[in-house]
Design a protein around this ligand. Structure first.
Ligand SMILES: C[S@@+](CC[C@H](N)C(=O)[O-])C[C@H]1O[C@@H](n2cnc3c(N)ncnc32)[C@H](O)[C@@H]1O
Length: 207
């Protein structure tokens, strides 16, 4: 199903353009992505639950957007979910969900707040991908994570076809920074042409 904002966001680049698009999109984002069969949040939350038996474990939902990813984590039984995003417009919607314990604005043009590194579990649903954050955000998150911390994130079809994104996990495994706990391909925006699938990856930060 074609969509003005979805079509536009995949052509965008740079943090300020992304912020502008997501601020403008915030009001209609949920309807647009749910209408296009957005299944990655529930797939990722259920996958993560297999590796995190204590559902009270604090999670940082990085790039939380309007809160669809946090809601999916809550639906999977997680109780302690904080969120961070670069778009104030998206954060405003996330606040209204009451799913998050805390929400914070991040400025990815500056280094991420070191306190974010205290989380044992990170999620980034639809974030480290074409149409959202640039590839270096993956390394920024790994740089924050403590040994043993988990990151569950998704790579959409457009990113799996782009070596700048698709090399991220293999490169970090080769560098001894992480080990892969699980990688599963499935539906993403099931009704949206060229970007209908995604991989959900769970990795553990090594010391
Ligand atoms: C496709 S949306 C996904 C939102 C939510 N996780 C979901 O599953 O619905 C991508 C989100 O990432 C945010 N974003 C993009 N680049 C970012 C960055 N560098 N740092 C933090 N958030 C970013 C956008 O503002 C947007 O809310």
């Amino acid at each position: 199903m074609a969509n003005k904002h979805l079509d536009r966001v995949y052509q965008a680049s740079g943090n300020s353009e992304m912020r502008e698009i997501y601020d403008e999109w915030a009001e209609h984002y949920d309807d647009d992505v749910v209408g296009n069969g957005y299944l990655t949040p529930s797939r990722l939350a259920k996958t993560l639950a297999r590796f995190v038996p204590d559902r009270d474990t604090p999670i940082l939902d990085y790039g939380c957007g309007t809160g669809l990813s946090g809601q999916a984590l809550a639906d999977a039984g997680f109780t302690t979910i904080d969120g961070a995003d670069l778009s104030e417009g998206m954060l405003k919607r996330a606040r209204e969900t009451n799913v998050y314990r805390k929400l914070q604005h991040v400025d990815p043009d500056n280094s991420l707040n070191a306190q974010l590194g205290e989380y044992p579990v990170f999620t980034a649903v639809g974030v480290i991908s074409k149409g959202a954050a640039p590839p270096f955000v993956y390394d920024d998150l790994l740089g924050l994570m403590q040994p043993g911390a988990l990151l569950a994130f998704s790579l959409n079809d457009l990113s799996l076809e782009d070596p700048d994104y698709s090399s991220l996990v293999p490169g970090s495994v080769e560098a001894g920074k992480v080990k892969i706990l699980c990688e599963e391909y499935g539906p993403h925006l099931a009704k949206y042409g060229d970007n209908s699938g995604s991989s959900v990856v769970v990795i553990e930060r090594l010391g």
